[in-house]
Design a protein around this ligand. Structure first.
Ligand code: XMP
Length: 315
């Protein structure tokens, strides 16, 4: 019968037997699936290299948090600082799908380079879950709303056998494994975060200055949700930096600041979603804190749109 301990034991055995003395490569995004997969490889004591590409589109402190946790738990992790590379590729780009394509392409390029330098590897491990297996089986005809960025499309000269130990598991089961493997709660219980990161939360062109503003504002919002015990009651929460500047007052001067949108949703499956009824006192405090600590932001609004017709992200 099914217990997390039992599942973990059989996955460790499966990975060990399949991999043997060969080498495994994997990409770590900082999300719960890839982090747990890295921990599973470490636990199975197979020869592995986990690659974390810092594309410069991460949230405040995210890289350090993931790096610290995984290394402490025995993962052989290499962090690649590719911030400048990505920012350069995104320069002047405003279209969301174009941003996604560029980020996907650059990701493959950076990752492939590491794979070549550190290779050869026989296996590529991926944190594919059961719902992904089902979805890609039925995906052919379905119109895709957004081109979700994935590790696919590696160059011809890099050939791997896929290792997908979670292919029969659901997200909740991976979270249970993560608990057994010691993944810290902030990573284990983290909301989903898109592969293209903050690039699709800055409407229009992505610049270093805008990333810095959004990172600080997002951190205040998310930290406050945790403080109020609201973080786990919503499925996803995010801040969006709009290109709109509105007028405000600072002392006796008129000042133009960015409009920041806060969004929080409840959902079962992310296909449809409802906007979260966060307490007004909470929203009041979030707006005050953000405008006080991030002076570049002049106005804070809360998104009252469900999905459909809106999507969860703004791009
Ligand atoms: P939307 O905005 O389509 O988002 O309602 C549904 C879920 O998917 C996430 N999302 C992405 N994840 N790459 C990803 O890995 C992407 O390009 C992407 N776009 C949206 C979004 O955060 C939400 O959880």
């Amino acid at each position: 019968d099914w217990t997390p301990e039992h599942v973990l034991e059989s996955l460790v055995k499966e990975v060990r037997e399949r991999v043997g003395e060969d080498r495994v490569l994997l990409a770590v995004s900082g999300g719960v699936d890839s982090s747990t997969l890295a921990l599973l490889l470490a636990k199975a004591q197979v020869n592995h290299l986990a690659v974390f590409v810092d594309h410069g589109l991460l949230r405040l402190g995210e890289r350090e948090e993931v790096e610290g946790a995984l290394k402490a738990l025995g993962v052989n992790l290499r962090v690649v600082d590719a911030k400048e590379h990505f920012l350069k590729a995104l320069k002047g780009v405003e279209d969301p799908e174009e941003k996604r394509r560029i980020i996907g392409r650059e990701f493959v390029e950076v990752f492939s380079q590491v794979a070549r330098e550190a290779g050869p590897f026989r296996f590529l491990a991926q944190g594919t879950l059961y719902p992904d297996v089902i979805e890609s089986a039925g995906e052919q005809g379905a119109a895709k709303i957004k081109s979700h960025h994935n590790v696919g499309g590696l160059p011809e000269d890099l050939k791997f056998e896929l290792l997908e130990p979670f292919r029969l598991l659901f997200k909740d089961e991976v979270r249970e494994l993560a608990l057994l493997l010691g993944l810290p709660d902030p990573i284990r219980l983290r909301h989903p975060f898109p592969g293209p990161g903050l690039a699709v939360r800055i409407l229009g062109e992505v610049t270093e200055e805008k990333l810095d503003i959004l990172r600080r504002a997002d951190d205040i919002f998310i930290s406050l949700l945790r403080e109020w015990g609201l973080y786990s009651q919503v499925a996803q929460a995010l801040a969006v930096l709009t290109p709109v500047r509105s007028v405000g007052v600072a002392g006796d001067e008129r000042k133009y600041g960015y409009v920041l949108a806060l969004r929080a949703v409840t959902t079962e499956d992310f296909m449809t979603a409802d906007w979260a009824r966060l307490p007004l006192d909470f929203l009041d405090e979030a707006a005050r804190r953000i405008t006080r600590r991030v002076p570049e932001i002049g106005r804070v609004v809360y998104d009252l749109t469900s999905k459909p017709p809106a999507t969860i992200e703004w791009e």
